[in-house]
Design a protein around this ligand. Structure first.
Ligand SMILES: C[S@@+](CC[C@H](N)C(=O)[O-])C[C@H]1O[C@@H](n2cnc3c(N)ncnc32)[C@H](O)[C@@H]1O
Length: 499
């Protein structure tokens, strides 16, 4: 065990300042004890007795100093990573951003992506897999993914591309089976993916990037450890290394409070993404339309069942046993006997939705409402399809219709909040989301949406509070609880993504 040296307050501060200057890393008050231990460990390892001498070694620009920085950085950085981390951002990349880049590069057939702060390689390799999946004739393309990180040990491990099961949290067995070979208890990545990725030891704050003309930078779960000036410096470097119209994706809320006037802000339901602005071009805030696939069906959940159950609806049909509705989990309103044709219509409508034939689905839902004007599932689907088509006024009318049936139903409130958000009515969105929290204090989706809005508004304090609240709830919920507004991810899966 190394002897724990005691650092004077001044010296502690000097070490922290030097580390911040050289790496951007902030030593938080809660980490200060362990920080002193780490300094002790390193002094012990290189046989230094005086902390002042160790400080001078770090401050110098010798080869010995460079090597020691490597050892110290390995103790100071958090290298947590896993494949396809943050499902929502992965969905955004797979369905919007990468297809856009691929389309733009059809003639040139060259794509260059960088994972900055790539740790042990899970993130750049996930990007390489996505590119190969999206480009059937990928062999005719020049696809380059760069992984850069300050930590030499992480880079060495990334280059080996052998992973333990822990790196595959939430990854489907199909992907694992397709791209990895099991060797004992570990998984070796296929050479055709491995060879697409080049790793470089790069300190984001100090070093020049060894490349340029990048189409997409991903820098996630890195800036959370930096102070604001270091973030500004790195974002500026990223800007210059990006192609015109190139993208920057960071972790949620990691750029709050930054001046990002060089970028357009593209606001998707899953995440904000920044796009390099051409010189002289006006900055734009671009909101992407809602998509039905992204908007999963929230349940019409009575908050306090005893008081808030909607009145039973009498349907003038021959009573038949009710089959469970496949689309939305039934609430008592849906357990009413219904005409078989309603079930059939619902089934057909659902098939149309799966085929993305929304107009045809709309007609089926309308027919259901002709039979039963209080059919909440049908009305909700119509509202959702209209919202997806940008017909917000029509969507709002259907939400209001639903709220007349059950004024405390969460789903129409949530859809109204999403529409308000999409149309820039942030005050209204906040009001609705707070109302949802009042009705259902465990609404993780409402807390996460509020996080997103406060982040957009630069209100970091509130954004962090909302984010913390959503984590607290997720930790409290039974792990298997589905979070319907988030694609039915379970509470534990969502927690993994967010933390
Ligand atoms: C928590 S990991 C994130 C890995 C990956 N981006 C992800 O989200 O799964 C943070 C990484 O940032 C790296 N890092 C921290 N400071 C850095 C710096 N100044 N330059 C380059 N990388 C840095 C760390 O070494 C670590 O590997």
């Amino acid at each position: 065990m190394p002897k724990l040296i005691s650092l004077s307050a001044d010296l502690k501060e000097a070490f922290q300042h030097l580390i911040l200057q050289r790496t951007g890393l902030v030593i938080r008050p809660s980490d200060r004890d362990s920080f002193a231990k780490k300094i002790s460990m390193r002094m012990d390892a290189v046989n230094f007795i005086s902390p002042q001498d160790y400080y001078l070694l770090l401050e110098s620009r010798t080869q010995e100093s460079k090597e020691e920085w490597q050892n110290l950085v390995a103790l100071l950085t958090n290298n947590e990573s896993y494949f396809f981390r943050d499902k929502e951002q992965i969905h955004l990349l797979q369905n919007h951003i990468l297809p856009k880049i691929i389309q733009k590069k059809q003639i040139e057939k060259t794509i260059r992506i960088c994972s900055a702060g790539c740790s042990t390689g899970e993130e750049p390799y996930s990007l390489a897999i996505m590119l190969q999946e999206l480009i059937p004739n990928y062999k005719q393309w020049q696809l380059s993914v760069f992984g850069i990180d300050i930590n030499q040990i992480a880079i060495n491990s990334a280059r080996k591309a052998i992973y333990s099961p822990w790196s595959f949290r939430g990854v489907s067995e199909v992907i694992k089976g397709q791209y990895f070979q099991q060797v004992n208890q570990q998984y070796q990545l296929e050479p055709r993916i491995k060879n697409m990725v080049q790793f470089h030891l790069v300190n984001l704050v100090q070093d020049e990037f060894p490349f340029n003309d990048i189409d997409l930078f991903i820098c996630r779960n890195v800036f959370i450890y930096f102070n604001a000036p270091a973030i500004t410096k790195v974002v500026n470097k990223i800007y210059h290394a990006l192609n015109p119209d190139g993208y920057l994706l960071t972790g949620h809320a990691e750029l709050s409070g930054q001046n990002l006037s060089q970028f357009h802000r593209l606001s998707f339901s899953q995440s904000l993404i920044y796009q390099r602005r051409k010189e002289g071009e006006k900055q734009q805030e671009i909101r992407q339309p809602l998509t039905v696939k992204e908007l999963t069906i929230p349940q019409f959940k009575p908050i306090k069942p005893a008081k808030t159950l909607p009145k039973p609806i009498t349907v003038k049909t021959d009573p038949v046993p009710v089959k469970k509705q496949p689309i939305i989990s039934p609430s008592p309103i849906k357990k009413e006997p219904v005409k078989p044709t309603v079930n059939k219509l619902l089934e057909t409508a659902k098939n149309f939705i799966e085929q993305e034939r929304y107009q045809a689905a709309l007609e089926q839902f309308q027919q259901i409402l002709d039979i039963n004007s209080n059919h909440t599932d049908a009305a909700y689907w119509i509202a959702q399809i209209y919202a997806n088509q940008g017909r917000y006024q029509d969507a709002i009318l259907y939400c209001e219709r639903l709220l007349k049936i059950d004024s405390l139903a969460i789903a129409p409130h949530y859809l109204l909040a999403r529409i308000a958000e999409e149309t820039g009515k942030l005050e209204e969105a906040k009001y609705l989301l707070k109302k949802i929290i009042y009705l259902d204090p465990n609404s993780v989706a409402a807390y996460l949406d509020l996080t997103h809005i406060y982040t957009q508004e630069g209100d970091e304090r509130r954004a962090i509070k909302m984010y913390q609240e959503s984590l607290n709830i997720l930790q409290m919920l039974p792990p298997e609880t589905p979070i319907v507004e988030r694609g039915n991810l379970t509470a534990s899966q969502l927690l993994l993504q967010l933390s």
